[in-house]
Design a protein around this ligand. Structure first.
Ligand code: ZN
Length: 432
């Protein structure tokens, strides 16, 4: 599989959403993309390649056209995954002379999957440096923590499913000997700064087991944060491989999807519209031109989908259930928690057919509410035609997830075809 090695590398080098965004930025820079600052005026060259970051974990990349453009071809995915945030006052004295770290859930994780395995800490910290406050990425790159469960001899009901309390059961074991500031010292040391210059932290737990290929014939890719870094990776590689079209290709990776997107860098912010409006203005175009372009634009909202579970097929719809390694999934929901409608579905299927990629359908079992994603949050700000897609996976939001090896290849292929095309809507129909 052409892209499996690079996907594993990307997953393993991205223990936090900040690392994921930094790795996307590094990949873009490797391909000649220049970083634009939101705080400075933009002067864009024809045929230029650019990216913008907001909040250190959201990133939008685009290429400016050589001539006038008709619209924007957007793909959106998210950089964050459910995890535990480490509190600023991190150390907590616990029974038996142990010290644990105070943590708080970020997003809807399956708590039990985080127990009894080596964990560590990654994220960003703010550091005082040369009269400024600067961001530094942190990865304590060693087996540091474990969240120990209670033995079955004390909790005979454990295999029937015991409720876990985040503030009691999920604090990872850090050291012996009580609170002594050792955690803060360790963080400062890991980035080579004096402890007095370490100001504040956004640090999260991550499982130490690296992403890997499993299965008798390497059919599966297993790892943490497949939701949604598998889609980030596939959209990014498609974006980079695409040929020039009459539209502007736009890659958007948003932070904070797992907590509702309502932040200054989330999908429910002005980040995407700010970038597209400034791009439009920098290309010498009017407000009318911008609205015309928006009406001729398309969005692929890419977030992993539930494959039918091998042990629990009863949770899947009787007909519309994706399978691992069965191809890219289009998601449907009558209540429009997914943006897919007949128009966007037809358009996306044309791209898949041209790329030779099989499309699978996903609908929630009709009596289950199911999940949601950033597509309809984003289209509330930029009202473009949009389809919700994803790659099939099981164990979504577990600390360690499973997906299909072949499906990554399909996503790269379809996104390459998508970004090489241009969407047009006319009175008598649309084309791509
Ligand atoms: Zn997701």
């Amino acid at each position: 599989m052409e892209h499996t090695g690079a996907l594993l590398q990307f997953l393993n080098a991205s223990p936090s959403c900040y690392h994921a965004a930094a790795n996307v930025a590094a990949r873009l820079q490797e391909e000649g993309y220049l970083r634009l600052m939101e705080q400075e005026p933009w002067h864009l060259a024809e045929g230029g390649k650019y990216f913008v970051m907001r909040g250190d974990a959201s990133i939008i990349a685009f290429r400016t056209p050589r001539k006038d453009f008709t619209g924007f071809m957007i793909a959106a995915a998210h950089s964050d995954s459910p995890t535990f945030k480490v509190r600023e006052a991190a150390e907590v004295s616990s029974a038996g002379g142990c010290t644990r770290l105070a943590v708080e859930p970020y997003g809807g994780m399956m708590m039990r999957s985080w127990m009894d395995r080596p964990l560590s800490v990654a994220g960003r910290v703010m550091v005082r440096s040369g009269g400024k406050i600067v961001t530094r990425l942190v990865n304590i790159d060693r087996d540091l923590l474990v969240i120990p469960s209670v033995a079955i001899h004390m909790d005979r009901e454990v295999n029937k499913g015991t409720a876990l309390k985040a503030n009691v059961d999920l604090l990872p074991l850090f050291s012996m000997g009580g609170e002594n500031g050792g955690f803060r010292r360790l963080v400062a040391e890991s980035i080579g700064v004096a402890e007095c210059d370490l100001l504040t932290t956004d640090l999260f737990l991550y499982p130490r087991a690296p992403a890997t290929v499993t299965g008798a014939n390497g059919e599966f890719v297993a790892g943490a944060r497949l939701d949604d870094l598998q889609c980030v990776f596939g959209c990014m590689e498609g974006f980079l491989a695409a040929k020039e079209s009459a539209s502007v290709p736009v890659l958007a990776v948003f932070h904070n999807e797992e907590v509702g997107s309502g932040t200054r860098q989330g999908a429910d912010s002005t980040f995407l519209t700010d970038v597209l409006q400034r791009l439009n203005t920098a290309c010498g175009r009017s407000g009318e031109d911008y609205l015309t372009a928006a009406a001729n634009s398309f969005q692929v909202s890419a977030d992993n989908a539930h494959a039918i579970h091998p042990a629990h097929p009863e949770y899947a719809d009787g007909k519309e259930f994706p399978v691992l390694n069965g191809g890219v999934v289009v998601k449907y929901n009558a209540a429009q928690h997914y943006t897919t409608d007949a128009v966007s579905d037809a358009v996306f299927r044309e791209v898949c057919a041209a790329a030779g990629v099989t499309v699978q359908r996903y609908s929630n079992r009709a009596d289950l509410p199911g999940g949601s994603t950033l597509g309809n949050i984003s289209t509330a700000h930029l009202s473009v035609h949009s389809v919700d897609i994803g790659l099939p996976q099981v164990a979504m939001h577990a600390a360690y997830e499973v997906a299909g090896t072949q499906d990554t290849e399909d996503l790269v292929r379809v996104m390459t075809a998508y970004y090489s095309r241009s969407f047009r809507m006319n009175a008598d129909g649309c084309s791509i």
